[in-house]
Design a protein around this ligand. Structure first.
Ligand code: DC
Length: 238
């Protein structure tokens, strides 16, 4: 039998959580859950249906009718809304601009938390990343990580990412957006961004992606060594 093995990674925007979590999952032979993508899907739905991003009830009902789903056969998993693959669309500026308002809504959060726990039942060997994964969704996970970085460094990384993708990027604008999202994400009453109790805090300001992944892999192997090996063997037999 495969026992549950969940590693959570939380932290503010621009710390490289998604890339780090995805690579860490590959190295450890685990699956990867991007919970920010789920909130982004809800924001996209609000835009498409012309609903207010702050309209908790209405929006929660809409995503209840069309829940975000992942295609787990792809690596990293693709995000589906209905039959559409919206993995790229949810990164656009209009979605990014409203998603933290959507993520404030308690009704929306409760649905997301339930879907994330259900995902972990079906995919029990998991690296999951977001804002509340170690504090609210999986507080018993055996390894909980909090990634942090100086906001200026986060803004620079984001600008570089956008430019690499051939998009325009104004670093000062990005910094303002990041600070605003941090403020909303940390200030909400339900599932606020915070360092989970007992989490390993890693500052990535002076580390590149490779350096962060190496550090987390070392942490995971030291903390979970036997369980990782045992689960890998069980997964190979399954
Ligand atoms: O990590 P990201 O930028 O894709 O997240 C998008 C938004 O969703 C961001 O405002 C924080 C929010 N979020 C959240 O509130 N809880 C999560 N578990 C994941 C993301």
């Amino acid at each position: 039998m495969i026992t549950s093995l969940v590693i959570t990674i939380d932290g503010p925007a621009g710390t490289g959580k998604s890339s780090v979590a995805n690579r860490l999952a590959q190295r450890l032979g685990l699956e990867f859950l991007d919970t920010g993508a789920m909130y982004r899907a809800a924001a996209l739905l609000a835009i498409e249906l012309g609903l207010s991003p702050d309209g908790g009830h209405e929006l929660a009902a809409a995503i209840g009718r069309e829940p975000p789903r992942f295609d787990w056969k792809a690596s990293p998993p693709r995000l589906l809304l209905g039959n559409r693959d919206v993995s790229e669309r949810i990164r656009d500026a209009d979605v990014t601009g409203i998603v933290s308002r959507v993520a404030v809504c308690p009704e929306v959060r409760r649905q997301m938390v339930a879907w994330q726990r259900a995902a972990a039942m079906q995919h029990p060997r998991l690296v999951t990343e977001g804002r509340d994964q170690g504090s609210v969704v999986f507080p018993d996970a055996p390894l909980r990580i909090y990634l942090d970085a100086d906001p200026h460094v986060r803004a620079r990384r984001r600008a570089e990412q956008l430019r690499a993708a051939g998009r325009a990027a104004d670093e000062a604008d990005i910094l303002r957006g990041i600070l605003e999202r941090d403020r909303i994400d940390s200030g909400r009453s339900e599932g606020p961004l915070r360092v989970p109790e007992g989490a390993e805090r890693v500052d990535t300001s002076t580390l590149d992606l490779h350096g962060v992944v190496e550090r987390l892999e070392t942490l995971a192997r030291a903390r979970l060594g036997d369980r990782l090996a045992h689960n890998a063997a069980a997964a190979a037999r399954a």
